[in-house]
Design a protein around this ligand. Structure first.
Ligand SMILES: C[S@@+](CC[C@H](N)C(=O)[O-])C[C@H]1O[C@@H](n2cnc3c(N)ncnc32)[C@H](O)[C@@H]1O
Length: 213
């Protein structure tokens, strides 16, 4: 288990050390869709929000610009967080940066109003890893809080960054998150990569049932 975690970290750190952050296939100049979905479920600018596997995404810039005051960005690759932190400069002074694995990070219990993940969960190809991720999510979200999860759709790519992925339909993602979560919304997106290719994504918004399972 430990060896797999380290290997995963070094894979991603190598990616961010060798590629420009705006040249990776998942790059978006604006995280508009994620921001809109977050604003829909958490209009309160004091709501605690975590972007899990946020990497060097500009979502944190968009959140700060929209006035959110309690933002955490977690990623296994510290150099990706460094790039985002440097880009934000003083504007990011209130952001918490966590270099950690989403499955094992020490996160406050029943705390976050929104857990956002774009293009991270689909890399968990083993059921044990998916279970660890979902358990962490259930622990860290406050009851009634929201998880916004974006993965490759069933007609999306079969791999990314040289790693195999699991592709999901909305129903398959709902089943993967289990009965503790209620699916409240879903939509599709055709993401255009920096090289002009198209990738099908689904975005699902789940609500952690107040009563648990
Ligand atoms: C495809 S990128 C997506 C980055 C960002 N969410 C975005 O939309 O631009 C996947 C990200 O997940 C991070 N990652 C991969 N496995 C992780 C894990 N187990 N825990 C935390 N972060 C992870 C990688 O370092 C990378 O930044």
């Amino acid at each position: 288990m430990q060896i797999a975690l380290v290997d995963n970290r070094s894979h991603w750190e190598t990616v961010y050390a060798t590629k420009r952050v705006d040249a990776v296939s998942w790059y978006q100049p604006s995280a508009r869709r994620s921001l809109e979905l977050i604003q829909r479920v958490a209009p309160d600018r004091d709501a605690p929000i975590i972007d899990v596997g946020g990497g060097a995404s500009v979502l944190v810039d968009d959140l700060v610009r929209a006035g959110y005051r309690d933002v955490t960005v977690l990623d296994i690759a510290e150099n990706a967080l460094d790039a985002a932190r440097e880009r934000l400069g003083d504007a990011g002074a209130s952001v918490r940066w966590m270099a950690a694995d989403a499955r094992t990070a020490t996160l406050p219990a029943a705390h976050f109003e929104v857990w956002h993940d774009r293009a991270v969960f689909h890399f968990l190809i083993d059921a044990v890893d998916r279970a660890a991720y979902v358990a962490q999510l259930e622990r860290a979200l406050r009851p009634g809080g929201f998880a916004i999860i974006a993965t490759f759709a069933e007609d999306g790519p079969t791999s990314c960054s040289g790693l195999a992925v699991v592709r999901y339909s909305v129903e398959e993602l709902r089943v993967a998150f289990g009965d503790a979560f209620e699916l409240v919304a879903s939509e599709r997106e055709s993401h255009e990569t920096p090289s002009g290719a198209r990738q099908s994504f689904i975005y699902c918004t789940f609500r952690l049932r107040a009563s648990g399972r």
